[in-house]
Design a protein around this ligand. Structure first.
Ligand SMILES: [Zn+2]
Length: 342
């Protein structure tokens, strides 16, 4: 099959376009013909290499996949050839206490498709049958590939961890990113008031179209001061963080008493400073978050089917242009998702 793979970690030049053997669906697995694969910032981290990540080479990147079922392996009964699907990006053992409690992202064997196992920069993939979710019929394959990882992560951050409620003030940092776009929509679905922060006016305009209520351009404005002004010095109930070192201190200090900060990334660096006086004097709560559960992907697909959420696509490129897609993401030129069409 045609695919884009890496034989070593490194810059964009390690992405190779070429042929790899077709995957085979083993027992409990399903072979899917991939139609689209959306990029995530995670793809860049995996390409560059992570200290704890040991994967066999060649490796195929890509976590957000849509496609059509080709055939089911042995002992799979609920899936049919020709079914249009999206693939839930998390894989786990399926039999430990965490998995059976619906907390599969806490499984000791938890992994992400495209990170720990082969992903979607290819014509075919074999995945566990339990990872298949019916494609919402109102979304095309490009749109369907654009939401699983980011919406799952943002949903788990805001709903499962922070219990976002009507009337909450939510500050979404890097509002133009994939998770930022999801966070705005999820917070609005829960009738929260959203402050979107981004580095350009164009990105803030698009955040407005998604329903955000207030806007901060943090290239020009100090977001902590702006939050104070907007909330009459009270602060926000929730900060949606994934920027890291550059914003963390101001994020902590933007919270109201009893406020919650939740993070799923450290794009600008991980050695962030936390002023502990704020944490205890203001009764703050800090949450870390990787992904969410498979059950949450099913719920998200329902919201897309009902038209409650909108996929946001920045641009679509052919598989062979994966290097260009990585370059766009690295330079943060996009608003929403960059998607490879297979
Ligand atoms: Zn498990």
């Amino acid at each position: 099959m045609k695919s884009v793979f890496i034989n070593q970690h490194g810059d964009e030049s390690v992405l190779q376009y070429g042929e790899l053997p077709d995957p085979v669906a083993g027992p409990g697995q399903v072979l899917v013909e991939i139609r689209a694969c959306a990029l995530n910032h995670l793809d860049l981290w995996v390409r560059r290499g992570l200290p704890t990540l040991k994967i066999p080479m060649p490796h195929i990147l890509g976590s957000d996949i849509s496609g059509v079922v080709v055939r089911a392996g042995a002992s799979v009964s609920h899936v049919e050839a020709g079914q249009e699907v999206i693939i839930s990006p998390g894989v786990s053992c399926g039999y430990c206490e965490e998995c059976l409690s619906g907390l599969d992202n806490n499984c000791r064997e938890y992994g992400v498709i495209g990170e720990h196992v082969h992903g979607g920069y290819a014509q075919f993939i074999a995945v566990p049958a339990q990872n298949l979710v019916s494609k919402p019929p109102n979304l095309n394959f490009i749109e369907a590939a654009s939401f699983p990882l980011t919406f799952l992560t943002a949903w788990h951050m805001l709903v499962a961890n922070c219990h976002v409620r009507p009337g909450d003030w939510v500050l979404v940092l890097a509002a133009g990113s994939g998770v930022g776009v999801a966070a705005i929509q999820i917070a609005k679905l829960h009738n929260a008031t959203v402050i979107a922060a981004a580095g350009s006016e164009a990105k803030l305009e698009k955040a407005k179209a998604l329903g955000a209520d207030f806007f901060i351009n943090y290239e020009k404005q100090n977001f902590r001061e702006e939050v104070r002004k907007l909330t009459a010095k009270r602060g926000v109930d929730i900060v949606f963080e994934h920027v890291g070192e550059k914003t963390w201190d101001d994020s902590i200090k933007s919270l109201a008493k009893g406020g919650k900060i939740v993070t799923c990334g450290a794009t600008t660096g991980y050695r962030a400073m936390t002023d502990l006086r704020y944490v205890y004097f203001r009764n703050l709560k800090i949450f870390g978050n990787i992904m969410g559960s498979k059950s949450e992907v099913l719920r998200l697909a329902e919201f897309f089917k009902l038209g409650k959420f909108r996929p946001v696509i920045d641009r679509v490129l052919p598989l062979a242009e994966a290097r260009e897609a990585h370059r766009i993401l690295a330079n943060r030129e996009q608003f929403g998702k960059v998607v490879l069409e297979i």
